[in-house]
Design a binder for this molecule. Structure first.
Ligand code: GLU
Length: 441
């Protein structure tokens, strides 16, 4: 039975980088009919906010990334305390009293001597008396997991065989001096107790994984399969981490990006498979193969989402947008024709309102000075609405005869006079939708 989880911390809005993690875990479970859990990593009471929990659920729901159940770390603190007690009993969790300044000083000294800045385990040699004294002077200490100094190895689903020398890593802090359990422990307890079989997360977690493998072993849990996807960069290969705030899913939604565009792109970006445009998650799951993803940083350009959005919209049948079009106030008799005419000319759904306003109210004419006389002559030949499918042909035929203009010199000034734009639907198709021509006012 495959179980995966997406484990965001509710300290901000989900962005495209988070989506990649969520989607990969969702698709792995979906592909085999497994279980996908939404786990809220909210052990940090200061930074976790309920509004972000709601926003995370809203964003995932918008994308159709449904979860079997939701778990909250804040409701499981007793489980982490119990695991910590067991580790203490085994001598794998030890109390340390260094201040952040002292640790920083040690780090700098090590670096100055050309040594890796690994915690020196000074606290391991403290006697009980010394610890009592430190506790009295500084308050309770923080707790580190004592790593076994051996090589930690795993077969990574994306990176391939990985091996990290535990001696090159600091013993991780699992519990802060104020008693707050940290992610490294909480995540292991959850993954083990919830039967998580596959963990996909960003490459920034590789070192965590190494230490977590030892913690899982110490607690007697079963180790999930781990895979670390590459981090996203901007289009030029620049780090995206600082800009991810501007790539929040809700901002992209507000800009009109369709779920189909985001899902299709993020399910394949960085893999050797081409992007297949669909909003069908079963289909995306079917073709999803973790082993096809590369380890190199993945370039992401938000601009790519817009052509995909447009292509998705162009292919939508009328039934899919009927309600929305009615809500714009398009009369039923015109609705289907309106969609057929407008859909090729929109980038996002929001553009529909502009096209309908143009049909209903007419457009501010765009007339070049050298065309003014020609347009005035032509408009005088145009009857009042309503128009039919033959109106454009009849009218331009009459104008041609009267003025002698033909081709682009005939059609373009008329299109611009009626629509205010150089581009748009076939005029013959648009005319029956035009309720008003302002050039005639
Ligand atoms: N809350 C962690 C994060 O957002 C989860 C990492 C993981 O998947 O284990 O980075």
């Amino acid at each position: 039975m495959t179980t995966t989880r997406f484990a965001p911390s509710p300290t901000g809005y989900l962005h495209v980088g988070n989506l990649r993690t969520a989607l990969m875990n969702h698709l792995i479970a979906r592909k085999v009919g497994g279980t996908f859990i939404l786990r809220i990593d909210d052990t940090d009471p200061e930074r976790s906010k309920e509004e972000y929990v709601e926003a995370i659920k809203e964003d995932l729901t918008w994308l159709g990334l449904t979860w079997a159940r939701i778990e909250r770390q804040s409701a499981r603190l007793h489980r982490y305390e119990e695991a910590a007690e067991r580790l203490r009993g085994m001598g794998r969790l030890y109390e340390c009293f260094e201040t952040p300044e002292e640790l920083e000083l040690k780090r700098r000294k090590q670096l100055a001597m050309g040594r890796p800045p690994v915690y020196d385990r000074a606290a391991l040699t403290l006697s009980e008396d010394e610890k009592d004294r430190l506790r009295a002077a500084r308050g309770p200490g923080h707790w580190r997991f004592r790593l076994d100094h051996e090589r930690i190895e795993w077969q990574d689903g994306i990176l391939g065989p990985r091996s990290i020398d535990a001696a090159s890593v600091s013993d991780p802090v699992l519990i802060r001096a104020d008693g707050q359990v940290l992610y490294t422990l909480a995540s292991v307890v959850d993954d083990t107790e919830m039967g998580v079989t596959d963990v996909v997360r960003g490459a920034d977690h590789v070192t965590n994984t190494a230490t977590q493998i030892q913690i899982i072993a110490a607690l007697g849990g079963r180790c999930p399969r781990f895979a670390h996807h590459s981090l996203l960069t901007g289009p030029q290969g620049e780090a995206l981490s600082k800009r991810l705030g501007t790539l929040a899913l809700r901002d992209l939604r507000a800009q009109g990006v369709e779920p189909a565009a985001l899902l299709s792109l993020m399910a394949r970006l960085g893999s050797s498979d081409p992007v297949e445009l669909t909003d069908d998650l079963d289909r995306l799951a079917e073709g999803f193969d973790l082993s096809k993803f590369g380890a190199a940083p993945t370039r992401f350009d938000a601009a790519d989402l817009f052509p995909l959005t447009a292509r998705h919209l162009h292919a939508l049948p009328f039934e899919a947008v009927q309600g929305e079009i009615a809500a714009l106030g398009v009369p039923d008799a015109l609705a289907e024709r309106f969609w057929t005419v407008a859909r090729e000319n929109i980038e996002t759904r929001a553009d529909l309102a502009g096209w309908w306003a143009l049909c209903r109210d007419g457009a501010e004419p765009a007339i070049a000075p050298e065309d003014a006389e020609f347009v005035a002559e032509a408009v005088a030949l145009l009857p009042d609405p309503p128009y039919g499918p033959e109106t454009w042909g009849d009218w331009t035929g009459a104008v041609k005869e009267r003025t002698g203009r033909k081709g682009k010199a005939l059609f373009m000034p008329l299109r611009k006079a009626l629509t205010g734009r150089e581009r748009g639907p076939e005029m013959a198709d648009l005319m029956p939708l035009l309720q008003r021509v302002r050039a005639k006012d």
